[in-house]
Design a protein around this ligand. Structure first.
Ligand code: SAM
Ligand code: DTB
Ligand code: SF4
Length: 363
């Protein structure tokens, strides 16, 4: 069966009453069925990381082809709607008051300015607009403007994503009422390594926000950062946490640390690019229906490394020259790369993986 709006599916694998075959980590051959599991053990996930690279990539690409069109990549654009002055102490972040990056704290951006920027992103081809604020959590008084941003961006025909820190139940409901499609809130790393990076809020705080978001029916964008000085087991632990959520995050951003001068991690050792590719591949295998985003850090990645990430199952990127406070990719580089690789942007009308799986299962 051909591509269905960027997604390549073999319907029979979703049929009800089929034996539930799952992917077992140490195998070197592909398995015939794609299913979602939520009971991964750390040892199973680590076993994927330990596979010979060719076996891991073959497995990841095989899974990818069963759930998506391998030649389509979704385009999101990011805007910092409230920059700097964040009270959290995330060791990697340019916006934390605990790091000395020289970034000054700004106020929440005017709604119209956000909408003007969103229109530019739409014109450049983005289908999702992600708005980020350097907050521990939003203040209730800011939610009216946030709701106007969501409504305005949706009216342009783009999906909306917000990342505003922790949320209360009431705030989550307000975002849902405004029509928010996605909420980005990363677990960032493994539960065990987490307190080496952030001490001002706990891993459980993050999981609690994610469950509130899920509860009201906003889709989840949750992933993490690699290159923080963590071990491979921590990367496995991070992915295991995400894959063992009751429902897999619809989007999984994998960020390569951008080493910002003045942060505690400015001098961190660069992660071996092959280890980054392995992280993408394992995310694709254990979260087969999620969009896996090759997120921060692309500025310093070669075309070859990005191509390997797409082969490993990444199917989303941030488009545009800026992320939140750091540079993303030079103008024109992505379109040249896509042309070289034969990749095309994924259309917005694509049904979400779960919806598609259910539709096909019901046939
Ligand atoms: N303040 C909100 C929060 O932390 O949830 C939202 C914005 S925060 C910048 C979103 C995510 O960006 C972080 O969780 C982290 O994974 C990623 N990030 C931040 N700084 C980064 C950096 N220097 N390199 C790579 N990723 C980074
Ligand atoms: C995510 O996981 N990565 C994006 C988005 N979610 C908000 C942020 C990347 C930030 C990179 C560093 C910066 O530009 O400040
Ligand atoms: Fe604040 Fe988010 Fe940066 Fe942490 S990652 S310091 S919460 S803006």
């Amino acid at each position: 069966m051909g591509g269905l709006c960027g997604r390549f599916v073999t319907p029979s694998i979703y049929k009800k009453n089929k034996p539930q075959m799952s992917i077992s980590p140490p195998t070197t051959t592909t398995t015939p069925a794609t299913t979602t599991r939520h009971d991964w053990t750390r040892a199973e996930v680590e076993a994927f990381f330990a596979l010979p690279l060719n076996d891991l990539l073959f497995e990841a690409q095989s899974v990818h082809r069963r759930t998506f069109d391998p030649n389509r990549v979704q385009l999101s654009t990011l805007l910092s709607i409230k920059t700097g002055g964040c009270p959290e102490d995330c060791a990697y972040c340019s916006q934390s008051v605990h790091n000395e990056t020289g970034l000054s704290a700004e106020k929440l951006m005017e709604v119209q300015r956000v909408l003007d920027e969103a229109q530019k992103a739409k014109d450049a081809g983005a289908t999702r607009y992600c708005m980020g604020a350097a907050w521990r959590e939003p203040k209730d008084r800011d939610l009216e403007a946030i709701a106007m941003m969501i409504e305005g961006v949706k009216a342009m025909g783009m999906e909306t994503c917000m990342t505003l820190g922790m949320l209360s139940v009431e705030q989550t409901l307000k975002l849902k009422t405004a029509g928010l499609d996605y909420y980005n809130h990363n677990v960032d790393t493994s539960e065990e390594f987490y307190d080496k990076i952030i001490t001002t809020r706990t891993y459980q705080d993050r999981l609690d926000t994610l469950s509130r978001v899920r509860e009201v029916g906003i889709k989840i964008c949750s992933g993490g950062i690699v290159g923080l000085g963590e071990e491979e087991g921590d990367r496995a632990g991070m992915l295991m946490t995400l894959a063992n959520l009751e429902v897999h995050p619809e989007s999984v951003p994998i960020n390569m640390l951008v080493r910002v001068e003045g942060t505690k991690l400015a001098q961190a050792n660069a992660l071996d690019p092959i280890d980054f590719v392995r992280t993408i591949a394992v995310a694709r295998i254990i979260m087969p229906f999620s969009m896996v985003r090759l997120s921060a850090g692309r500025e310093h990645m070669s075309d070859e490394l990005q191509a390997m990430c797409f082969f490993a199952g990444a199917n989303s990127i941030f488009l545009g020259e800026k992320l939140l406070t750091t540079t993303n990719t030079a103008e024109g580089r992505d379109s040249q790369l896509f042309a070289k690789l034969g990749i095309e942007p994924m259309a917005l009308e694509c049904p979400q993986p779960k919806a598609l799986a259910e539709t096909v299962a019901a046939e």
